[in-house]
Ligand binder design. Sequence first.
Ligand SMILES: [Zn+2]
Ligand SMILES: [Zn+2]
Length: 287
Amino acid sequence: MVLSLIMPAQLLGAHMPIAGGLGKAVRRGKEIGCTAVQVFTNNPRQWTSKPLEQEKIDDLAAAVAETGINSLISHDTYLINLCAPNEETKAKSIAAIKSELVRCAALGIPYAISHMGAHMKQGEEEGLRQIAEETVKVLEDTPDGATLLMETTAGQGTSMNWRFEHLASIYDQTGNPDRLGVCLDTCHIFAAGYDIRDEETYERTFSEFDRLVGIDKIKVIHCNDSKKDLGTRVDRHDNIGEGLIGIEAFRLLVNDPRFEQVPIILETPDADKMHEVNLKRLMDLRE
Ligand SMILES: [Zn+2]
Ligand SMILES: [Zn+2]
């Protein structure tokens, strides 16, 4: 008999609310069964950030030591647009993304996820050029401790990075920096037109990603079902197995040996009540 060494996904978690602090978010994550936790380190709908106090750093470090959860991820403000035609918005975006990376490095959070931008009618090619140009500068000016992850989007409005080709182009134009990775969102790629609903389509989508970008670039997966259909380019998250993606895609995902050590993070609706339920669904799918 051959013993299989393939393990299902080991790092399952959720985006946890930060009311009460980052430490509390991690402890609450542990209570509902998380082995990875995503947080906001700042108000996601504000440009400004308060200076990071030592107390906040210590609080998070204590929670990590207590819970053993050391797979932490931060999600950047939704306002960021590195290819904004408005110079002021662009400057604020650059400052916000830099301060997020600085904060993450200080907090010991290795990954900061960002929706990189929307071209606002400048065209996709120009959007990609500007994102690449600013990304190089952002990475140059920030500490090594935190890696920037570009999130795949649903392609709503003029959002960039809904095609795998966009990510490939940014890597190409930035010279493939070590501190630039990808956060793949299952709801977003599905809404953008990439099917993953059965074994065949799942494999086709991930081999396409591998061919164009490289599967090793995926550092985090956002695990959400979708209220909107394939190719609609509308971003509406649903509970696992209740949306139009369906349960089979998530079974394939949590048993995919390529993602054994990749944090798989829920961003499903009604966090307080449903995170625990959705997490249990994912755990039960592991073989
Ligand atoms: Zn997401
Ligand atoms: Zn979304």
